[in-house]
Ligand binder design. Structure first.
Ligand code: UD1
Length: 342
């Protein structure tokens, strides 16, 4: 019988791509999502890609009783991949309690609900825990720097909660994946990122600008200490990122001695904002309008990941480059413009 994985936030951007990769790998999936920042139609899109409709619960994980009921109703669940969380950095500065309440209560309720049985748990963490690293590429053993925002703090503290819980509870086996910058969309162009309002992140802004939904792109600063003056990030294709979650579940299944571990999920290569704009133009043939603006408060100058540990121990490595990230992000933007969800 195939194993069953609970995916929280499974209709979201990274969650939906991970559901498809889990199904491709032969897992059965149950999705939990409150649809706060996602669309129910993603379920049909997943079904179009894989031919399998995942079981779905619309549920808010911050309601403890509901989470306990769900866990009781599904004693067959062997793994949990936890994506469901608020993630807007700027909003978290304005509304810290919204972030602490949702992100912590959801995590604690899940851990409480599954505490009585053997569960593999994979958590969505972020390279934001490193801040501006002292050494690049940054390895998993680099110090965790004081968080720049309540959002970043929820990731740091969640990692601690998970490590302490796994060490205290013999049933838990946990991996935190520290994502670099996820971009791109599924090759089918049937699922992708669906930002609400004006995108804060670079690639959704690029694609919306290219299709005429937004004005010119502003490059936030060209006076950084980098080769072309713009900030550098490690962009990772969302399908590669999704596969890292399958690899994490498999590693936990194969190696029962793991209590808690952390892996970087990036390509190991940095690209500047200007290089990313150029990559979009050359991958799609679409010319972009952009201007140079002031630096954005709180931005890190440059960060990219050392992915040696992920290659060696997680047996995972990114396969898709910047070209494919840009091409797929553009195909998705065009698809959703022609087939809007509402
Ligand atoms: C941000 C968060 C990070 C979070 C991630 C979630 C900060 C400091 N970091 O990452 O913690 O995990 O989002 O997706 O907020 N840029 C432009 N013009 C734009 C938009 C972005 O030049 O219109 C630049 C930024 O200055 C940055 C790069 O593009 O150098 C990437 O920005 P973005 O996509 O927002 O991601 P991060 O800031 O790296």
């Amino acid at each position: 019988m195939s194993k069953k994985i609970l995916v929280t936030g499974g209709t979201g951007y990274i969650g939906s791509h991970t559901v498809v990769e889990l199904q491709n790998a032969g897992y059965e999936v149950i999705i939990v999502d409150n649809l706060d920042n996602s669309n129910i139609r993603i379920l049909d899109q997943i079904t179009k890609i894989s031919g399998i409709k995942p079981q779905f619960y619309q549920l808010d994980l911050s309601e403890e009783n509901k989470v306990i009921e769900l866990a009781k109703a599904h004693p067959e669940i062997s793994g949990v991949i936890h994506f469901a969380a608020h993630k807007a950095v700027g909003e978290s500065v304005q509304l810290p309690l919204k972030y602490y309440r949702n992100n912590f209560f959801s995590l604690i309720n899940l851990l409480t609900a599954f505490a009585g049985r053997e569960v593999d748990f994979v958590f969505s963490s972020s390279c934001t825990v490193y801040g501006q690293p002292d050494q690049l590429p940054v390895t998993e053993s680099a110090p965790v720097k004081k968080a720049e925002s309540p959002y970043g703090n929820t990731k740091q503290v969640a990692e601690e909660i998970l490590q302490e819980t796994a060490e205290a509870n013999t049933n838990y086996h946990v991996i935190s994946l520290r994502y670099f910058n996820p971009v791109g969309a599924h090759a089918s162009a049937l699922i992708g990122e669906l930002p609400i309002g004006v995108p804060q992140n670079l690639v959704p802004f690029i694609t919306q600008s290219a299709i005429g939904k937004r004005g010119p792109i502003t490059v936030f600063g060209d006076d950084y200490n980098t080769p072309d003056g713009s900030c550098i990030r490690d962009y990772i294709h969302v399908v590669d990122l999704a596969k890292a979650h399958v690899a994490a579940i498999k590693l936990l299944e194969d190696n029962r001695t793991i209590k808690y571990d952390v892996f970087n999920v990036g390509t190991g290569k940095g690209s500047s904002v200007l290089e990313t704009i150029k990559a979009f133009e050359s991958a799609t043939g679409v010319k972009l309008n952009y201007k140079i603006g002031p630096r954005r408060a709180g931005d890190i100058e440059q960060v990219w990941g050392d992915v040696t540990k992920s290659a060696k121990e997680l047996h995972w490595k990114a396969e898709l480059g910047l070209d494919e990230m840009m091409r797929s992000a553009w195909a998705w933007e065009q698809y959703i413009a022609e087939n809007p969800f509402e």
